[in-house]
Unconditional design. Sequence first.
Length: 365
Amino acid sequence: MATEVILPKLGMNMESARILRWLKREGDHVVTGEPLAEIETDKVNVELEAEAAGVLRKILVPEGEYADVNQIVAVIAAPEEDISEILARATISPQGAGAHVGQVYESWHHAPQDSPQEEAPRKLDPRAIRERLRQRGALPATPAPEPSRTRIVIYGAGLGAKQLLEVTRHLDTIEVVGLIDDNPDMRGGEAGGYRVLGGFDELARMAASGEVDGVALSFHSEVRRRVHRRIAQEIGLRIIPLVDPRAIVGMGVTIGDGALVEAGAVVGPGTTIGEGVIVDVGAVVAHDCYLGDFSHLSPGCVLSGVVSLRENVLVGVGAAINSTVNVGRNVIIAPGAAVMNDVPDDVVVSGVPAKVIGESRRGEA
């Protein structure tokens, strides 16, 4: 009975091996256990032994070629035995899917020259090699697309730009192409390793030419709100929300354009973050809260569940707001305050428990 000589798997990570040389020739008689060939794996050279006695009727992988694990490399049979069925299933030299990269390289490098007088080796063309690899199934038919990146500029080259650059440094989906600042003395200079490209007019030009996909704002307070609205109205360029991957954001959180969630912040499930909101380093927002447009949660503040902030609220460092409390627009909550009850519009509150201590002018342009 004809016996297929199979390339065995000799190691956990072995996928193929190279036939260094055949120790027997076609037509030679072999006995069980007799070495047939010397093969080269990625770690060691070993001998391939015959698993049956008979005649080495056919060598299917020539010396110097690669074979895949479990590929038929030769056939042992009786002298007159029909082996056509095995030959029909076997591949004389691996051409189909799974061809070894080294084999493709070798076959290309040693391909016959167009002119027998030409002695110089053929110059390898990487593009041609990749195409042959794809044809043989060793590479995908089309290269995997590069991850898309959003090209942005940062508006404001002052200290706030440092915060945004620190966030974008951890975001593979964002590419910062430069800075925008309305201070003419800063134009052409650098901040944080990025060039200051110009002011508002330069941003408008870049948006119109398609050089950028969006802008992030480094400003706080009223400047942030004013610049956000001017860009939206006059340029139409998207103000990109940024979420530091080192923050924790729960399920079902909605984040508006221009919002910023910094490292160490925790935002509970079901929370809505409005446009231009800043959730600063280490701020904690429990479930189902509402953060109105352009509000600012300072470092270390805590909002319990179902808290609602209207537009443009400033929550000071380390302040706490009790569950289900509603806070009016333009409110300033002093650092360390403990807000236990609802707060009306346009006031400043402070203390434990927090009380109204004055009028807020935060909403004035």
